[in-house]
Design a protein around this ligand. Structure first.
Ligand SMILES: Cc1ncc(COP(=O)(O)O)c(C=O)c1O
Length: 413
């Protein structure tokens, strides 16, 4: 057994911390690696606490969430429909479906594989028609990508290259609490990041230069909801700083049951990214697309260097299920998960627009667990929890016999 090493400020998680540490294999410390094995001799408690206070707290709180079947980071929900789609594409060994699947990879010299991504983009436009207004003539460059992240990474690096060639200082703007990938890729590309309070978006426009880029998710990764001021922000930025570019991330379109609209045609929206990771529960199939007004030479080859299996599966998913169909089907499961979580953790939560998330106002002052889950700035911050593990288990325990999320690795560069 490990000794009692965790001294938490309010002592509330002490007992849990001990049970976690009994079972954990290893975790990374702040300034040095710290591997804990059951039965290890540990550094003195005070030293361990000083050096690794944040990490132990992180570990403790994320385990508390895991025990309740939820997580701080957002996981995709593999639904029965996700798997049925894959089965339909693959078919049985000697079925017509399997033969069609095999055939999709043959005879590359005919270039028939081009049709796979072309029809994928057409299908996405038709699939999202109730929600997204995007004139494909205005976005002549369409790149199949391995999830939205490949396009985001390429766009950020290409922006850095453009700045070097044209001799300006690149700056990427985001709202506080946005998807952390934007910041991570900006850091990796050596591009400065400016964060703003979303409620003060008018002031954020004052601080935007003509050569700057904005990265924005709608529905929003900040609070899991459709951001009502999105169009006003985009329009006012177009009026006041017309050359500043918006890079619009629609990764959560397809995760929302209620109707809403996204107008992607504003002239300052330079590129639009989408993904089937979350709406289809196909995260590890890496299916996404990027629409762009200008060419991205680094992605030109993606029409060949693409994953045909993933595109076929993604296309089949969009043909089988409407863009709001599954969020509507599973909204009751989201509500059940939220209700049980409120009881289990005493958090003041409600379902977010995005099916996989619950949100709520923190108490005053926030508890440690609430503080751990806060997204967004200062007094605007909301508690945001991912319900995926719990919902998967509710929908079909065979999909997820284990509801405990593993401790996640923080995104570093
Ligand atoms: C808002 C947002 N955009 C993009 C991504 C990247 O996801 P993927 O590359 O799987 O599409 C994520 C992942 O969580 C996300 O939350």
């Amino acid at each position: 057994m490990l000794p009692n090493i965790v001294k938490h400020r309010d002592g509330r998680w002490l007992g849990r911390a001990l049970s976690i540490l009994d079972s954990i294999d290893a975790f990374r410390g702040g300034d040095q690696d710290l591997a804990l094995q059951v039965g290890d001799t540990l550094p003195p408690a005070e030293k361990l606490w000083d050096n690794h206070c944040m990490d132990i707290s992180h570990l403790t709180l994320s385990t508390c969430l895991a025990e309740a079947g939820v997580s701080k980071i957002v996981y995709a929900l593999v639904m029965p429909e996700t798997e049925a789609t894959i089965d339909a594409i693959l078919g049985d060994r000697s079925s017509a479906e399997r033969e069609g699947y095999r055939s999709a990879f043959r005879e590359a010299w005919t270039q028939k594989q081009d049709r796979v991504h072309e029809s994928f983009f057409d299908l996405w436009l038709a699939w999202t028609k109730p929600i997204v207004q995007l004139n494909s003539q205005q976005f002549p460059h369409r790149y199949p990508i391995s999830g939205a992240s490949e396009g985001l990474r390429e766009a950020i690096h290409a922006y850095g290259v453009q700045a070097r060639l044209e001799g300006f200082e690149p700056a990427i703007h985001v709202f506080e609490g946005e998807y952390e990938g934007y910041a991570a890729y900006a850091r990796a590309a050596g591009i400065g990041l400016k964060t703003h309070r979303r409620s003060q978006w008018r002031q954020a426009i004052d601080e935007t230069k003509a050569t700057d880029q904005w990265y924005l998710s709608q529905p929003s990764g900040i609070d899991g909801n459709v951001w009502d001021d999105c169009d006003s922000f985009v329009g006012e930025l177009a009026d006041r700083v017309p050359n500043a570019q918006i890079m619009l991330d629609l990764s959560y379109v397809g995760c929302v049951a209620r109707g809403f609209q996204v107008f992607a045609d504003s002239p300052n929206i330079a590129a639009v990214f989408f993904s089937l990771s979350k709406p289809a529960g196909m995260y590890y199939h890496r299916i996404g697309g990027m629409w762009s007004r200008k060419e991205y030479p680094g992605l030109f080859g993606n029409k060949w260097f693409k994953n045909v299996s993933s595109l076929l599966i993604g296309s089949a998913f969009m043909s089988r299920y409407g863009v709001q169909e599954l969020p509507r089907r599973y909204a009751p499961q989201q509500q059940i998960a939220v209700d049980s979580l409120r009881q289990q953790l005493g958090l003041n939560l409600r379902p977010a627009d995005i099916l996989l998330l619950a949100i709520g106002e923190p108490s005053k002052p926030p508890s440690d667990l609430e503080r751990f889950l806060l997204r967004g700035p200062g007094e605007e911050a909301l508690v945001r929890v991912c319900l995926t593990a719990k919902m998967a288990h509710q929908i079909d325990p065979r999909l997820s016999p284990h509801v405990q999320a593993r401790h996640y690795e923080k995104w570093t560069s």
